[in-house]
Design a protein around this ligand. Structure first.
Ligand code: TRP
Length: 437
């Protein structure tokens, strides 16, 4: 199995994805004790993560952390795209420092758009809607890839630690793939890691909330971040914790600096073996690794290193299209666009696939199937905030008490309210954005 970020595959078997790619389960202990956990976290829509523990820790201990998300301006914004922004808005309320990349280089390289075209699409379809949804642009860093010199520099420089074989293994590139496309994952790595440059807030935990199709980019960014580190903290073969210098210059100075730091962390019984470029910590435990790794990262810039912490990620399920297959901008009847009129949305909702039985009789007798229903999914992902209310819908559908017609009507009403409100807010957004751009 391979994940191709540029294909239109849908991924159904999320447990299998976790197993095959080593994605961790987004288990309850990661969100239960967060302030007012977001519905997408509570309801298992966010199903997996890499390294979220570090973000959890930053939130709980009120330490600085950042979020980087990106949008590909290559079509209209629909409910599927809204999920990431819902998540970002939630994390912003918890104090995250927000960065938003407009992936115009990627759209140019992989979708055949001109940069000019992507600019209009990005503003009209995405940015206006982000503001309407509640994003305060004065409190976040929004940029276009093609205009961000530091991101592009990083893309180029970080490429030093990836080779062609890795790129082929990760993305399936071929001899005929154009070079701009081949380079675009490095630009995304630049997006993800630049927030840890001193100029943009420095070394700190970073979260990238995405759909699982983006996992190859996440793996690449995490590998690259690690590859550029000067120190490595790890468990040795004989179950001890060791700090190792990974480079061959300034080894003594790096060991001196690490030794001092370790003393400050009360590891006074450490054993330094300079020829091995190693310091062993007989009494450290695995729990110490993250803390030490982070502390060591922060001294790397004084040795011309980046000290990037591996970025964390979360993965959300894809919302199913109203037609029962993928929600896609290229199939308007499958998607509700944020710029749809309530009438258009209503029509799509009325035609949507539900979990209803063949006849009303039958449904009253044996009940409906909310788990296979696109309307229920709209409620679950977007339209019903209250968990009890959602449960009631689920139960009464299963028991054959709630019929599809009623549910559709309710969904259409809720959607109408949402879309009208958004329309109104987009009008004001245009004003804000003028100043900003
Ligand atoms: N590749 C993403 C997409 O196809 C867009 C993107 C660019 C992005 N840079 C990013 C997403 C950084 C997350 C983080 O939609």
């Amino acid at each position: 199995m391979k994940i191709d970020p540029w294909s239109s595959t849908t991924y159904q078997d999320y447990a299998r994805l976790r197993d095959e790619f080593g994605i961790q389960e987004f288990s309850e202990d990661l969100w239960r004790d967060l302030p007012h956990p977001h519905r997408l976290l509570r309801r298992g829509v966010v199903f997996g993560h890499r390294g979220f523990d570090r973000i959890h820790d930053a939130i709980q201990n009120k330490k600085p952390w950042a979020i980087l998300t990106g949008l590909m301006p290559s079509g209209r914004m629909h409910l599927g795209h809204k999920m990431v922004i819902d998540e970002v808005l939630y994390y912003q309320s918890l104090g995250a420092d927000i960065f938003i990349a407009v992936a115009d280089i990627e759209a140019y390289a992989t979708r055949g758009f001109t940069l000019e075209q992507t600019k209009d699409l990005a503003i009209q379809e995405y940015i206006l809607n982000y503001i309407a949804l509640g994003m305060d642009l004065t409190k976040c860093h929004l940029y276009f890839q093609s205009k961000h010199q530091d991101v592009k520099d990083l893309a180029f420089l970080l490429g030093k630690k990836v080779n062609w074989s890795q790129m082929v293994a990760t993305y399936g590139f071929e001899g005929s793939t154009n070079m701009a496309h081949i380079f675009s994952p490095l630009v995304q790595t630049g997006d993800i890691l630049h927030v840890q440059l001193k100029k943009f807030g420095g070394i700190r935990p970073t979260l990238v909330p995405v759909g699982v199709d983006q996992d190859p980019h996440i793996r690449l960014s995490r590998d690259i971040a690690q590859a550029h580190r000067l120190y490595n903290v790890t468990v040795t073969k004989d179950d001890k914790i060791g700090v190792f210098v990974k480079v061959d210059t300034q080894v003594k100075e790096l060991l001196d600096a690490a030794e001092k730091l370790l003393y400050d962390h009360r590891f006074t019984d450490l054993k330094r073996i300079t020829e091995y470029k190693a310091i062993y910590l007989p009494h450290a435990t695995e729990e110490d690794i993250t803390v030490l790794d982070e502390a060591l990262a922060r001294i790397e810039p004084s040795f011309q290193g980046y000290g990037f912490l591996q970025p964390a990620s979360t993965y959300h399920r894809f919302i199913t299209g109203l037609t029962g297959d993928k929600m896609s901008s290229s199939k308007p009847e499958s998607a509700i666009f944020l710029t749809d009129s309530p009438q258009e949305a209503k029509k799509k909702i009325m035609n949507a696939k539900t979990g209803g039985a063949v006849s009303l009789e039958e449904q009253k007798k044996s009940g409906g199937k909310p788990d296979e229903c696109m309307i229920y999914e709209l409620f679950l992902y977007h339209l019903i905030e209250d968990d009890n209310e959602l449960h009631t819908v689920y139960d009464s559908c299963k028991k054959g008490q709630l019929m599809c017609g009623n549910c559709k009507k309710r969904a259409a009403d809720l959607m109408e309210r949402f879309l009208l409100d958004l329309q109104e807010k987009r009008k004001n957004a245009l004003e804000q954005i003028k100043d900003y751009l």
